[in-house]
Ligand binder design. Structure first.
Ligand code: GLN
Length: 353
């Protein structure tokens, strides 16, 4: 287990202050360490994904995080440099590329902007109540976007873009996981045929499936996800190089959808408990964007029943307020809690509840 890496700025500037600077690095490290200890206790309650047989072989006890602040040093803890497949996290990349290449109108003619309230691989709501996938961050939405991108883009183009936006030249196609998923992807195949029957997918089903599954099988680390996250936090620009990867409007759409739909049918409770736009993948990855503050990458392959990293979610929950990463963080919170207690006491006193 490796801990803490200083590769930007000075040691004194960490825990994010009111100007969104990460202050007091030692305090931040303490908060994250405590969060890791609490989060690890969740691991036995989770399971690695087994519907992709190769993912079933991954050690569930791993947990790592990278906090990559816009201003200040990166903090890396635990299994932050272990490679895992992006799985659904790649839908964020698909969406960025589709918005850039095809435009907003074309993208939202194929997919909606609403949370589905269903499992990530559901096809029920698509069949019964809707003419297109609810949003681009579930399997049906990702497959629809792949249909839009093919054949203009090749997998190699996506891989090149992913390496660049994640500042990670070592991202490769994990051929073993890819082959494993291709053998067991009948559900995604069904979704693709359903999309075809509804006229949303106009490309060959097998080509689309291969393209989609290859993207899901790109190998990343918590560190590479944090690099992508901090670019989104900075409205599409890499703060270090000044390179713009997307217009700020695209970054805003992506972050909004991550908040409302990124955790599938767990998106609402995650937004309330954690308050950080996040996209999960069944490989155990979490890509989080604390707007204007930090990009965060997490790896924890034991999943909850919704397919989200069980320890990763707990870890983010533990640190989000203390590190001021919550989108709705308010320094007056503690005071408010006192006020709320007074209000509740008042209400109880008046026998309303
Ligand atoms: N490749 C996976 C699938 O299509 C991705 C799902 C996920 O990460 N939630 O089922």
């Amino acid at each position: 287990m490796t801990e803490i890496e200083n590769n930007k700025g000075q040691a004194e500037d960490l825990v994010i202050d009111k100007q969104y600077r990460l202050q007091e690095k030692s305090k931040a490290i303490e908060i994250i360490k405590r969060g890791m200890d609490i989060a690890r206790e969740e691991i036995p309650k989770g399971r690695v994904a087994t519907y992709i047989p190769e993912l079933g072989k991954v050690d569930p006890h791993q947990l790592g995080i990278v906090i990559n602040p816009l201003k200040g040093e990166k903090i890396c803890m635990g299994d932050y440099d272990v490679r895992f497949t992006m799985q659904s996290v790649c839908k964020v990349i698909m969406l960025i590329v589709a918005l850039e290449l095809c435009g907003r109108e074309a993208v939202f003619s194929k997919v909606g902007m609403e949370p589905s309230g269903e499992a990530f691989d559901s096809l029920v709501e698509l069949d019964v109540s809707n003419s297109k996938p609810y949003n681009p961050l579930i399997n049906s939405g990702g497959l629809a976007l792949c249909g839009l991108l093919l054949p203009e883009l090749s997998f190699q183009d996506i891989l090149r873009f992913t390496r660049s936006i994640c500042s990670d030249p070592e991202i490769v196609l994990d051929e073993v996981v890819y082959q494993s998923e291709m053998k067991t992807c009948s559900r995604n195949r069904s979704i693709a045929y359903l999309l075809q029957s509804k006229g949303i997918l106009k490309k060959d089903v097998e080509d689309t499936l291969r393209f989609y599954t290859k993207m899901c099988s790109m190998s990343a680390t918590a560190d590479s996800l944090s690099n992508l996250g901090v670019i989104l936090a900075n409205d599409g620009v890499c703060a270090e190089t000044g390179k713009r990867f997307m217009p700020s409007r695209t970054a805003r759409i992506v972050k909004t959808l991550m908040l409302t739909c990124g955790m599938y049918d767990g998106s609402g409770s995650f937004a309330i408990k954690v308050g950080i736009p996040t996209k999960s993948g069944v490989g155990g990855g979490l890509l989080s964007v604390s707007d204007k503050r930090a990009g965060i990458g997490v790896f924890g392959p034991a999943l909850d029943t919704q397919g989200n990293s069980i320890a990763g979610c707990k870890l983010l929950r533990e640190i989000s307020n203390d590190l001021r990463l919550n989108l709705f963080y308010d320094p007056e919170w503690n005071k408010e809690t006192e006020e709320e207690n007074d209000i509740i006491r008042g209400i109880r006193g008046s026998h309303v509840i």
